[in-house]
Design a protein around this ligand. Structure first.
Ligand SMILES: Cc1cc2nc3c(=O)[nH]c(=O)nc-3n(C[C@H](O)[C@H](O)[C@H](O)COP(=O)(O)O)c2cc1C
Ligand code: SF4
Length: 462
């Protein structure tokens, strides 16, 4: 069932509440370059190539486009950073790794219109003065790879892929492939083990003489670029908020009537997404907690009216992340939720920074003991102590997830955690698994429930 005013665009629950010329989602997947051109695609690259580089970056800056990959960093600032050294070698990379639990937006976008991603990347690569551009995705995303390869081939043949060479790089199924420094390592042919140095200092194929800076933009970020170039900053800013303009594609998984993909103007209240669009809780149940991915603090019902934009989410102590939400109702145990997300973060930690691997192991052990009723108040306190150390010496933001998520769950559900202690154990019968989306078909999401248990096979002995 589709809520009034919204349209279903692809089989299963994919709903866009924005107008035809705004939406990132075509009515049906675009499967040929002719179809793309007929739908109005391809115009923006031509326009961009006729403009001075700096002007393109200014237009994107004026539009206020912020990164849709997790941190909401201004896209134009990254391109400007590359332009600082006018004559040096630099690279632009598209992050198509999509490894966040409860998220599927980038894969949906690549499945439905890879042409637009390539046009956005070609514009960005030209604006940033890049020597080459890369799209990094996972070897196992076969449908997305097919779509990207076809689009690249057809657009190159018609001269629609711009003047900067674009290469597709296939990486392993690790969460760290999506971490930007891990992603650069994979382009260089290594495991996704994050380096210390940020991409704007050490980019790709750097030497002691040349740092070759790189910038990394998420798929959805680049998807927004052609529209901004074609219709201008005011058009882009006509929906969304002052500091988070535009739309965002949200993924809703878990205990709602209509899990699915929803494209909304930024600033729409979370409650609208949860109750009006995703249909609210199942009959007889009530919603208890919403997790915006694995890296942000939990949102409890008292805060469900928070506007979905970068600053409002940060003001309530959480984050928008990649716009993916794992929703839990009153049958879900908060200790089990904490345990399963911590297990994922611990397993995916590469161990280059010992505090990240070792303290997340201790936190996980403590949570497992609490869940089993074998812990006392000391274990709960131990979790807070470990959380204060898990990020020591970190090379990347992965352990921030533990620090943001676990204490927030304990603070929000303290009574529930305490009732597990000293032999209390868990009174919730339900098993909780990590909502890692493996695929999506006409009926909905297909989950890989065991993802959080798979230990990546690092060549580094972490
Ligand atoms: C552990 C970890 C995993 C990440 N995974 C992804 C991912 O799968 N896709 C993504 O776009 N960004 C991911 N990020 C964020 C990227 O490092 C980077 O900030 C982002 O791609 C920048 O793009 P944006 O500015 O367009 O948002 C991840 C970050 C961390 C710390
Ligand atoms: S912070 Fe953790 S995941 Fe990131 S590089 Fe260090 S050990 Fe690896």
């Amino acid at each position: 069932m589709t809520p009034s005013g919204a349209r279903e665009r692809v089989a299963g629950t994919v709903v866009s509440t924005v107008s035809d010329e705004r939406t990132l989602l075509p009515d049906a997947p675009i499967t040929s370059v002719d179809q793309y051109l007929e739908s109005g695609g391809g115009i923006s690259l031509g326009k961009a190539l006729s403009l001075p580089r700096a002007e393109i970056t200014e237009v994107v800056a004026e539009a206020g486009l912020r990164g849709r990959g997790g941190a909401g960093f201004p896209a134009a600032a990254k391109w400007r950073g590359l332009m600082r050294d006018q004559d040096g070698v630099k690279y632009l990379c598209c992050n198509a790794a999509e490894g966040e639990p409860a998220t599927f937006k980038d894969r949906l976008l690549m499945r439905t219109n890879s042409y637009r991603l390539i046009e956005g990347l070609a514009i960005g690569a030209y604006a940033a003065g890049a020597k080459a551009a890369y799209i990094v995705t996972k070897k196992k995303f076969q449908r997305e790879i097919d779509s990207l390869e076809r689009a690249l081939l057809e657009m190159r043949e018609l001269g629609l892929a711009g003047g900067v060479p674009i290469e597709l790089v296939l990486g392993p199924d690790h969460y760290l492939l999506g971490e930007e420094k891990g992603l650069l390592e994979v382009i260089e042919g290594n495991d996704p083990l994050p380096r210390h140095v940020p991409p704007y200092i050490q980019g790709l194929f750097a030497t002691p003489e040349a740092s070759n800076p790189a910038a990394i933009n998420n798929v959805e970020t680049l998807f927004n670029v052609p529209g901004i170039i074609e219709w201008g900053p005011d058009w882009f800013r006509s929906v969304g908020t002052e500091t988070s303009p535009g739309t965002m594609l949200f993924t809703v998984t878990g205990d709602v009537e209509r899990p699915g993909m929803y494209e909304l103007p930024l600033g729409t209240p979370l409650s609208h997404l949860l109750f009006e669009l995703a249909g609210g809780p199942l009959p007889g149940r009530s919603l208890k907690a919403v997790l915006p991915g694995a890296s942000n603090a939990v949102i409890v019902p008292a805060l469900f009216d928070v506007p979905l934009d970068f600053d409002s989410m940060s003001a309530i102590g959480t984050g928008l992340g990649a716009g993916g939400f794992a929703v839990y109702d009153d049958t879900a145990c908060s200790v089990k939720i904490a345990e399963v997300f911590t297990r994922f973060l611990h397993v995916e930690s590469c161990g280059q920074c010992p505090p990240c691997k070792l303290h997340s192991a201790d936190i996980l052990e403590a949570l497992t003991r609490i869940e089993a009723g074998a812990a006392d108040g000391g274990d709960l306190e131990e979790i807070f102590i470990r959380c204060s150390m898990v990020t020591d010496g970190q090379r990347c933001g992965l352990p921030d997830g533990v620090v943001n998520l676990v204490p927030s769950l304990i603070a929000s559900f303290r009574d529930e955690f305490e009732s597990h202690l000293n032999g209390g154990g868990c009174s919730f019968a339900r098993k909780i698994d990590l909502p890692k989306i493996a695929d999506r078909d006409g009926t909905g999401f297909i989950y890989d429930w065991h993802q959080a248990l798979k230990q990546p096979n690092w060549t580094f002995a972490g």
